[in-house]
Ligand binder design. Structure first.
Ligand code: MRU
Length: 329
């Protein structure tokens, strides 16, 4: 995702429609932008941070003629954007960074000057995200030997960032370096990000990818067909616990049981030293409709994320290289 050509809109590829349709949408209205984040038209922890930063600027410009005073509008937009999804720390991280940039402007600054400053900050967040993916790929190249077979869960690739991804960045780097690498993508129930998105973007890049139902991951790991697991993260707590797409925890347990290394790849901004452990993470629960059809009257339990404890994680790959918890402020 990025800016529109005139920088007056947030430009996204609507991920709800993939792989059947590649539809680009340009959004300017805050409600539309929040809806896009909430309904996963744009998704993935780093991507929603970048989208919210750009979205804040374009929505403020779009509403510039509103009768609400600019500082009140800013506070309102910041609060509403942060509330769009609770688990990925990157969303609040990016929006709070934008808020700080606005607050640091002199009281005498014009509304236009504040918007220009915010535009520069959002572009910095986007560019840093691209560079972060590149750095994760570079550091992670050491994990991917010739012929490596990688299992991943959900989508932590280009679609989930402004660059080449987090978990998939080492895969892309290895492919670019001429190494043979193949990926097994968990389908990722219920919204099928693995089957629809990871498989789509890897196929586009010419990297062999095989999709499996989530329930088959344990037996695939037991079969010896996987050399390593790499997943992304939505929040990494001070002690090293990791929130990621629901099902990640089960993959980590199976990987440990079968002696397969399990890596988490994420930008430094996904580390949240202010949250002590995984038990303190707010897990987003989604509508039971996503599990439909169910027999009438049968409720659903539909958490979007789960927490993998530090003990199951072989290594943390970030844009700063491999890092080890605990993570301080
Ligand atoms: O609900 P989603 O599709 O936004 O969940 C995405 C994930 O869980 C990703 O693995 C995570 O955000 C890392 S993306 C680089």
């Amino acid at each position: 995702m990025t800016w529109s050509a005139d920088r007056r809109a947030l430009r996204i590829l609507d991920q709800r429609l993939l792989p059947q349709e590649t539809r680009i949408r340009e959004l300017t209205d805050l409600d539309e932008i929040i809806e896009a984040i909430r309904t996963l038209a744009v998704r993935g922890a780093p991507a929603i941070g970048v989208a919210a930063a750009i979205g804040l600027v374009v929505a403020l410009r779009h509403h510039a003629t509103s009768s609400v005073p600019a500082p009140v509008l800013l506070e309102d937009f910041v609060t509403r954007l942060i509330a769009a999804r609770p688990t990925a720390v990157n969303l609040a991280w990016a929006v709070q960074r934008m808020h700080r940039a606005a607050c640091a402007m002199p009281a005498t600054a014009t509304g236009e000057a504040v918007l220009d400053r915010l535009e520069a900050e959002a572009e910095a967040i986007r560019c840093e995200d691209v560079a972060m993916c590149e750095a994760i790929g570079r550091h992670g190249l050491a994990l991917i030997g010739e012929g490596a077979r990688v299992l991943t869960h959900c989508n932590a690739g280009a679609l989930a960032t402004a660059g080449s991804g987090t978990a998939l960045a080492p895969v892309y780097a290895a492919h670019a370096a001429g190494r043979r690498v193949s990926v097994f993508a968990d389908e990722t129930r219920p919204l099928r990000q693995g089957a629809r998105l990871t498989a789509w973007e890897l196929a586009q890049a010419g990297i062999p990818v095989t999709v499996l139902p989530d329930g088959a991951a344990a037996s695939l790991l037991a079969s010896g067909a996987i050399d390593l697991v790499i997943v992304g993260a939505d929040r990494i707590t001070a002690n090293g616990d990791v929130a990621n797409k629901v099902g990640t925890y089960g993959v980590a347990l199976a990987a440990r049981a079968h002696g397969v290394p399990f890596y988490v790849a994420a930008p430094w901004s996904t580390i949240d030293p202010a949250t002590a452990t995984g038990a303190d993470i707010i897990i987003e629960h989604r509508h039971e409709e996503e599990l439909a059809p169910l027999p009438p009257g049968v409720p659903a339990w539909n958490p979007a994320f789960d927490v993998t404890p530090r003990a199951l994680i072989s290594g943390y790959l970030t844009d700063r290289g491999f890092v080890t918890p605990p993570f301080g402020t």
